[in-house]
Design a protein around this ligand. Structure first.
Ligand SMILES: Cc1cc2nc3c(=O)[nH]c(=O)nc-3n(C[C@H](O)[C@H](O)[C@H](O)COP(=O)(O)OP(=O)(O)OC[C@H]3O[C@@H](n4cnc5c(N)ncnc54)[C@H](O)[C@@H]3O)c2cc1C
Ligand code: FES
Length: 505
């Protein structure tokens, strides 16, 4: 196995899609709508609005697709990865049917865009298979089959999986007419099209402040004043009530080269040995086997151990050899199973709580928000409104899971992490160290020098934990992540961790 310290954590999508060149913001300007975030949600919305001739500016902290979009699995489906039966159980059949219908419509829109714009992103229709790897997991697949029928999905059962997949325990459920694409190639092509239609896109333009009263967003080198602000940042920036309701998880991805045609097209979801998602992806001349899994709550587990477990599972279950891409990304689970899309109490539009289903939910959000900006009705919007709070009656499973998680988070972040003496901090590692009775988050550079920052998250003061695989400080509360020098990487925080000058004696 490859040494994990400071490993390259680029995804197969970000590693194989051409760069789109956009400038950084170095001016103060005014527009009708400013969108913060250049992922599936922000870019799809930017194109919707640009097609309607609306003046739009999009600001992306780093690069188009930098967030979850460019680090996803690239699967597009009407159902939900944790099971649409959970929506049937907690909200009833009608809501589950609305969810499936909204997602089906979004999938069709993506296909239409691919065809109309001639986007080369490997879009293909395919089957989705959900199956159990163990006897114990069979009940989940059976429930999901019934839930899918209730949700109006045209599912059927099969006894075998296409080779070289191992045979399932019990029958596998098949959903026809789903799809796969290269998410990074898709959003970059959409961004180019939106720019051609007049949308001004700025990358390397991280928002440091959102003034919701004056409707202004600020970067280090410019400001945008707008009638409407859309926070398409996966988790909204700053303080929003929804953050208290969401559980934040990280998940891992691997891609290994395989001979073209040696793995069948399709979305394969395995339960029973953890939750594994596997697919093949052809990019240019190369073909890859992509495997995603080993989800855990952000800031709460050994990241090396997680990706090593995924490598072992991918090898045992799918014969995956040496991975050439390894990465990790975050998802946000809502308390009641539905995403939060629309205007929130601060007056901004937000789109979050997508779990691992947000390539489609991002497209759904772009339709809802463009309809709401234009004053049009949207049938799905009331179900997912961002200002709802109470978990629905009967959502016991979901609500209990969230309560358990929140309790464990509280326990976790009020308990001081063990600290080590600074002298024992190895090269390229981070740890909590105690210096003159103060706890610091310290990282030792390859040249031996140390960068120290406060371990107190600037969002709501939880304590950050070291993520050894990605060399970052991760906050277990709402998923903010920071570079070793304290700079914000993702999550709701807008301010860097406080620098703590440190002289080693
Ligand atoms: C491992 C994994 C696999 C997944 N696979 C699938 C899948 O197969 N199918 C599916 O439907 N969903 C999948 N998902 C979920 C899906 O990837 C996300 O829900 C979706 O990409 C979210 O899109 P988004 O545009 O809302 O957020 P993002 O793609 O995260 O985009 C948000 C953007 O905002 C930018 N940003 C953040 N803060 C600032 C700031 N201060 N200033 C400016 N810009 C900022 C970020 O840099 C980022 O580019 C997966 C998720 C994970 C974790
Ligand atoms: S992300 Fe909210 S406290 Fe850290």
């Amino acid at each position: 196995m490859t040494s994990m310290t400071n490993m390259n954590t680029t995804s197969v999508w970000r590693g194989t899609a051409p760069e789109e060149d956009f400038p950084a913001l170095h001016e103060n300007c005014t527009t009708d709508i400013v969108i913060v975030g250049g992922g599936m949600t922000g870019i799809s919305l930017a194109l919707n609005l640009a097609e309607q001739g609306r003046p739009v500016i999009l600001l992306e902290a780093r690069d188009i697709g930098f967030g979850a979009t460019g680090n996803s699995t690239g699967n597009l489906y009407e159902t939900l990865s944790r099971g649409i039966h959970r929506i049937v159980d907690s909200w009833g059949k009608d809501v589950a049917r609305s969810v499936a219908a909204a997602r089906r419509q979004a999938l069709d829109q993506i296909e239409h865009r691919v065809q109309a714009l001639g986007i080369e992103c490997g879009f293909r229709r395919c089957r989705l298979y959900r199956y159990a790897a163990t006897e114990n997991a069979r009940a989940f697949v059976e429930n999901e089959y019934e839930g899918s029928v209730d949700a109006g999905l045209s599912v059927h059962l099969v006894e075998t999986l296409p080779a070289p997949l191992l045979q399932p325990s019990g029958a596998a459920m098949v959903l026809d007419g789903q799809a796969q694409f290269h998410p990074q190639a898709y959003v970059r092509a959409l961004a180019r099209r939106a720019a051609d239609l007049g949308c001004r896109i700025f990358k390397n333009s991280q928002i440091l402040e959102v003034d919701t009263d004056r409707r202004v967003v600020r970067t280090a080198s410019g400001k945008v004043a707008a009638r409407e602000i859309v926070l398409a940042t996966h988790s909204p920036k700053g303080f929003h009530a929804v953050q208290a309701e969401m559980v934040v998880n990280r998940e891992y991805g691997l891609a290994a080269r395989i001979p073209r045609g040696s793995f069948p097209p399709g979305i394969f979801w395995e339960t029973g040995t953890g939750r594994l998602s596997v697919r093949n992806a052809d990019t240019g001349e190369e073909s890859f086997l992509v495997c995603v899994g080993e989800e855990h709550k952000t800031g709460q587990q050994d990241t090396h151990a997680s990706i090593e477990r995924l490598e072992s599972a991918a090898q045992a279950r799918f014969g995956m050899r040496e991975a050439v891409f390894r990465w990790s990304a975050q998802n946000y689970s809502p308390a009641d199973g539905l995403p939060y899309i629309g205007r929130d109490a601060s007056g901004c539009f937000i789109a979050t709580g997508f779990e691992t289903d947000g390539l489609i939910y991002g497209a759904v959000a772009s339709s809802i928000i463009s309809d709401q900006i234009a004053g049009r009705d949207n049938l799905f919007a009331p179900l997912v409104r961002a200002s709802r709070f109470s978990p629905v009656k009967g959502a016991r499973g979901l609500a209990e899971e969230t309560a358990v998680t929140l309790k464990s988070l509280v326990k976790d972040y009020v308990t001081d992490r063990e600290s080590i003496p600074l002298s024992q901090l190895p090269l390229r590692k981070g740890a909590i160290v105690e210096v003159e009775n103060e706890l610091l988050a310290a990282y030792r550079n390859p040249d031996g020098t140390v960068i120290a920052v406060s371990p107190v998250c600037t969002h709501m003061k939880c304590k950050v934990h070291w993520n050894d695989m990605e060399s970052s400080w991760d906050c277990p509360c709402h998923g903010s992540r920071f570079a070793p020098d304290g700079t914000v990487i993702e999550g709701p925080a807008t301010e860097a961790l406080q620098q703590k000058p440190l002289v080693e004696t």
